[in-house]
Design a protein around this ligand. Structure first.
Ligand SMILES: [Zn+2]
Length: 815
């Protein structure tokens, strides 16, 4: 009896506290699903829960977006678990080294990485409320970590836009404005980057700050909530092929376990769904694959809806899809995920330990060498991933040679490093470094090659044996420049050098460049060497100390000379030692440009090069006087014949008078052939014998013959061309499609030779023929100006580090 009474009191107190906790609708003052909740309101609700149910919800602000919105995580678990949260975390992390004894399931739910897939954040509020009330039993052995919005800038861009344009009551007719978001859409973040392509490259502040938290937890389960087209049924795990070969049987199987549980609820409600299609597990920079390569079960869930759906919309089959429906589906899979995890906590823990013990990879060590700036750039990425590495100063190493694509060796006499797979992040090391990912199927959602030695422009071998680290004394670059010298010289071969130049130009310091190699006072210098003379800067107050400060900031090694008289090459007073123009730059946005391609350029200028740009929208570009600018950048996109006769003739006049166009990707089509510039598109040829009719069922396979889904090619470089200063005789380019242009009459700085095969990744047979003997990067001299063509995209997703100097060359070296 006493016992019974006690239980009764206990029950009453629980249900009381549940009653006291306000649901999202009660808290927000409107029924969830009838409005889009803005980010600050979402944060308010989470803060409210953390205050009211402080024993079961803890909130962390883990960072801030570009537009100063807070990034938050909520830890949700039983009071007992939350009181021991740090112990649980540490015990769990010990499992990566085989010494832990963890028993709790760790589930991480990430919402709204794509801002206009706007249901997710709404669903997160309903989910956390349910976990704290009706489903609190799941939390006894489970810690749920919830990120209600990975991309608040994008999401608020969408919700604010929707609130401005919606009808009242909302209009379900898909033709209405509220279903047509326009160019500046909310999918991406402030810089128009897709955060669901950024987990591995970490170019964006949201990803960088989030990954620090992720690495503190390495959850068993990670779900990334998305939306797809309005007419699609719901998608959940198991994912489609191809799966990366490192994905374990358990990781595959558990996706099925989860999928079956979700299906149970969807079946009961009569909701449509699909699995095993479209969304594959290969490219490592997604919110599903990246966690998988860190030992999680990573998954993408996709609701039909996104920026087209608003509060309600008529679908193709005539049904009305409402925000409330969309919430119900994401809410169901979220809870079902926690339920399955809680039921399988023991198994999840055992398998997580196993994942981190089985590291039998073909290549044990990746040995790299190259320019110190490039090695430093790679090290800075590895640091963000908690990937360990060591230095190498000498020795010869055998293995698969990245430069030749076959076995061979490299010798190191300084500036070397090694990354081993024998470390907690070993699987991730394999995925990011291996020369090529094994493809079980070429039909994939994204690029098929990303190997870091290529991306960072480093010589490398993949070795089957374990290479031991050598200890090096950190050599400190001396940037001491002597007062009163005739000139100051520094090399040009990395993004650090470009940043250094940009900083000098912004300070109004005049800099020249060498268009020929030279030697002076016994030292040799290559093309592109920066020459800062006293004579040019005589009237610049504080010149020496400015150069000193900037050189120290960028750790530049500066050579001071007391003469302009070279041993070989051109004297510094020669008319061929040209002054670098401090360019005024305009970048086209909107209209025909792709938001992502535009964003990469925007981010490059502001966050990588630190140099100002003027953004000119296509809407009013006609009314802008181009003569105020030296350079016009046309981001990739769908241009076709976007410029009319009048616009083309204006552009041509401007270039003739000395203007410089940087035409990237699809923008080249707006200039090619008959439009009066020297670039010409190359057509696709069919495979021979393919003229016979193909069965309909094979159309997808047929189509892929003409496709390149992000593959790495070895290209030839003419490094006497200013567009290629600082590069060697070849360059590994990430080719993103089969669009191809013939060689220019002259000025082919980077190009593909005959019969180029991918070094890594997939390229269809017809696509390979098409790109044979075509241009990659080139300069057409046109009157007093230039058109620079970039067929491949050196700024793609901000991660192809070794391509960025081409873009800097286009800005500063080509004239
Ligand atoms: Zn998405």
């Amino acid at each position: 009896m006493t016992k019974f009474l006690f239980s009764l009191v206990f029950l009453v107190s629980i249900s009381l506290s549940a009653q006291q906790l306000k649901s999202p609708s009660e808290f927000l003052g409107y029924e969830l699903g009838t409005q889009f909740t803005r980010h600050h309101e979402v944060v308010d609700y989470y803060e409210y829960l953390a205050e009211t149910a402080s024993d079961r919800v803890q909130l962390t602000v883990y960072g801030q977006t570009n537009e100063r919105r807070p990034l938050i995580l909520a830890y949700v678990s039983s009071a007992e678990n939350l009181a021991n949260l740090e112990t649980i975390r540490q015990e769990h992390l010990k499992d990566t080294e085989g010494t832990g004894n963890s028993s709790k399931a760790i589930v991480w739910l990430s919402y709204n990485v794509h801002g206009n897939e706007s249901v997710s954040t709404e669903a997160s509020m309903k989910t956390i409320y349910e976990l704290l009330t009706k489903k609190s039993s799941y939390l006894e052995n489970t810690v749920v970590i919830m990120d209600p919005c990975i991309n608040p800038d994008g999401r608020d861009r969408y919700s604010n836009w929707y609130n401005q344009y919606k009808n009242t009551p909302y209009q379900v007719d898909p033709n209405s404005k509220e279903h047509h978001e326009g160019w500046w859409s909310g999918r991406s973040n402030h810089y128009m980057f897709d955060l669901n392509r950024d987990w591995a490259w970490l170019t964006q502040v949201e990803s960088q700050q989030r990954l620090k938290m992720f690495n503190q937890w390495l959850p068993h389960i990670h779900v990334d909530f998305h939306e797809q087209g309005v007419n699609n049924p719901y998608y959940f795990a198991p994912a489609a092929e191809p799966y990366h070969e490192v994905i374990t049987d358990f990781q595959r199987d558990f996706q099925v376990t989860l999928g079956r549980n979700h299906a149970k609820y969807f079946d009961a409600n009569g909701w449509f769904y699909f699995t095993k299609e479209v969304f594959d597990l290969l490219y490592p920079s997604y919110g599903d694959t990246y966690p998988i390569y860190n030992g999680s079960i990573g998954m993408t869930y996709e609701q039909g809806g996104s920026g087209r759906a608003g509060l309600g919309v008529i679908t193709a089959i005539g049904d009305t899809l409402t925000l409330k429906d969309r919430i119900a589906h994401h809410f169901t899979t979220g809870l079902s995920t926690v339920e399955v995890s809680s039921k399988n906590a023991e198994k999840l823990n055992a398998e997580f330990r196993k994942f981190h013990q089985n590291k039998e990879f073909k290549y044990q060590s990746y040995v790299l060498k190259g320019d110190k700036d490039k090695l430093d750039a790679l090290k800075s990425l590895l640091d963000k991933h908690n990937i360990e590495y060591g230095d190498l100063t000498s020795g010869s190493y055998r293995g698969h040679n990245y430069g030749t694509g076959s076995s061979g060796s490299i010798s190191i006499n300084k500036n070397g490093m090694v990354v081993s797979t024998d470390q907690p992040k070993g699987t991730l090391v394999k995925v990011l470094f291996e020369p090529s990912a094994k493809l079980s199927d070429s039909l994939t959602y994204d690029i098929t090659a990303w190997s870091l030695p290529y991306a960072y422009g480093l010589d490398a071998v993949a070795s089957t044996s374990s290479v031991s680290v050598q200890n090096v004394q950190e050599t400190i670059t001396s940037s001491n420049i002597s007062n009163g010298s005739y000139a100051y010289l520094t090399d040009w071969n990395s993004m650090d050098d470009a940043r250094f130049l940009a900083a000098l130009l912004k300070e109004g310091i005049r800099v020249r460049k060498a268009d020929h190699p030279f030697t002076i006072e016994g030292k040799s210098f290559e093309r592109g060497t920066l020459i800062i003379t006293k004579g040019d800067n005589e009237n610049k107050e504080g010149f020496i100390s400015m150069v000193q400060t900037i050189a120290t900031k960028f750790q530049k090694d500066i050579t001071s000379t007391n003469t302009g008289f070279v041993d070989s090459g051109k004297d510094f007073g020669s008319s061929s030692i040209q002054m670098i123009t401090k360019p005024k730059i305009a970048v086209l946005s909107g209209g025909p440009t792709s938001t992502l391609r535009f964003g990469e350029i925007w981010h490059f200028f502001e966050q990588q090069l630190h140099y100002p740009l003027t953004v000119i929208d296509d809407d009013y570009a006609n009314r802008v006087d181009l003569n105020e600018y030296n350079i016009l950048v046309l981001p990739g996109g769908r241009y076709g014949n976007h410029f009319n006769e009048d616009q083309l003739s204006k552009l041509k006049d401007w270039v003739r008078q000395g203007g410089k166009i940087i035409a990237m990707g699809g923008s080249i089509d707006a200039l090619d052939g008959e439009k009066g510039f020297g670039i010409e598109k190359k057509k696709m040829e069919k495979d021979s014998g393919d003229n016979k009719p193909q069965p309909y069922k094979d159309w997808e396979r047929e189509r892929i013959k003409g496709a390149i889904t992000g593959a790495i090619f070895k290209t030839k470089v003419d490094n006497s061309n200013p567009l290629a200063y600082g590069y060697g005789s070849d360059y590994f380019s990430l080719k993103l499609g089969s669009n191809a242009y013939k060689y220019l009459d002259s000025g082919n700085a980077v190009y593909l030779e005959k019969n180029s095969k991918p070094f890594s990744g997939f390229a269809g047979t017809e696509a390979q023929k098409r790109i044979s003997e075509t241009l990659v990067f080139g300069v057409e001299n046109y009157g007093r100006g230039q058109v620079i063509y970039m067929v491949d995209n050196p700024l793609f997703r901000g991660f192809w580090e070794n391509g960025k100097l081409f873009f800097a060359n286009a800005l500063f070296m080509v004239d």
